[in-house]
Design a protein around this ligand. Structure first.
Ligand code: KG4
Ligand code: ZN
Length: 361
């Protein structure tokens, strides 16, 4: 505990890991150094391919990863002026996520690791998100309280060290980003819905539409957003409210749920020196503002990685690999080449399964 992220050991600081991410709808490759430098990276979003369907289609995603990954790897290595011999390990997301896409990235990493004789690091995508704040903020030490809010995940984690995560809460139905996306769809806004809902909410009244705050005040620690989404649907169908008011009221309800659940987590597992947010929903200014205020009232430092590191990316996967190399020390040979991709892979195996949580668990 307590060790800050960016090492002062010059030998470790010079280590380089190649990272690959392909678990959802972003194909990404990055080269990251132990001192926290992102040497080169590339990311290709598949938003255009999935937009007609209003969500990610697994088969389309897997094919798009397969088409893009190899040229992207070549481009990133060339841009950095590095060859595989210069890399200390190859890290790839090995789950949780859409299994076709995960397999594309993991199999590519295995081939590179085998060809170059370098360790393979099979990284848990959630661990990438959980540690990415340490890539962005070299002074961030363990432990910290992490709110991970994206399209696929909605969790509160106590991050106690590399490989040491305690899940304090997860969603029993939808992830928050998913609720934003579904709300956007109901309101007839474009995909992905989060930014569109946030923009529309700026013109609306947060108190205009009475919407539920699922599980607010409950002693059960988890999140639930399905009821909120259904209430949005009813509000739209009633025809009684302006879309901007619905967007603003939805966002307000969601933020209140986040804060309420975080307060409970702080009561049960706190205090924490720092509060950290990661995942695509961290882009939302109302969410950030409320988290900042919560941190201030609890005497916690608040930090959020820059947006490019909040959403899915490969730098966070490479960084998680670097953290593991540092933890394991010299002679570490990484994961076996027969490591099997995992559609589900909870960060905290001791956490109880939660009904309806799907791969978000
Ligand atoms: O982390 P991310 O890129 O991918 C996943 O792992 O899911 O998160 C994407 C999610 C989407 O659901 C998107 O609607 C949401 O993050 N999002 C936002 C905002 N920007 C992205 N939600 C609310 N407000 C935003 N400004
Ligand atoms: Zn993610």
């Amino acid at each position: 505990m307590g060790s800050t992220a960016h090492t002062s050991d010059t030998r470790l600081a010079r280590r380089i890991v190649l990272g690959i991410e392909s678990s959802c709808d972003e194909t990404a490759v990055a080269l990251v150094r132990g001192d926290g430098t992102i040497i080169a990276q590339a990311i290709a979003s598949q938003v255009a391919e999935h937009a007609p369907y209003g969500g990610v289609v697994p088969e389309i995603a897997a094919r798009a990863h397969a088409e893009r990954l190899a040229p992207m790897l070549e481009k990133v290595m060339a841009e950095a002026g590095l060859g595989l011999a210069d890399v200390d390990a190859i890290a790839a997301t090995a789950g949780p996520g859409l299994i076709g896409g995960v397999m594309v990235g993991l199999v590519s990493a295995k081939a590179l690791a085998m060809a170059a004789g370098k360790p393979l690091l099979a990284v848990n995508h959630l661990e990438g998100h959980a540690l990415s704040p340490r890539l962005a903020d070299g002074a961030l030490a363990f432990p910290y309280l992490l709110l991970l809010v994206s399209g696929g995940h909605c969790q509160i984690l106590s991050v106690e060290g590399v490989g040491q995560y305690r899940r304090l809460a997860t969603t029993i139905d939808d992830a928050l980003g998913e609720a934003f996306d579904k709300t956007a769809k109901i309101l007839g806004l474009s995909y992905p819905g989060g930014p569109a809902v946030e923009r529309l909410a700026l013109e609306g009244d947060t108190k205009a539409v009475p919407l539920p705050r699922p599980l607010k005040g409950s002693s059960e620690p988890h999140f639930s957003f399905a009821g909120l989404k259904s209430a949005v649907l009813r509000a739209v169908e009633s025809g009684a409210h302006a879309p901007a008011d619905i967007a603003a009221s939805f966002q307000q309800a969601a933020v209140e749920c986040l804060i309420d659940r975080l307060k409970l987590a702080l009561e049960s597992a706190g205090p924490f020196p720092a509060l950290v947010v990661a995942g695509g929903v961290a882009a939302n200014k109302s969410v950030r503002g409320a988290l900042e205020a919560l941190a201030a009232t609890h005497g916690m430092r608040f930090t959020a990685p820059p947006l490019a590191l909040c959403t899915d990316n490969a730098a966070m996967i490479a960084w998680a690999g670097l953290e593991r190399l540092t933890l394991e020390g010299d002679g570490y040979t990484g994961d076996p080449l027969d490591f099997v991709a995992r559609p589900r892979w909870p960060l905290d195996p001791a956490a109880e399964a939660v009904r309806g949580a799907g791969y978000k668990a």
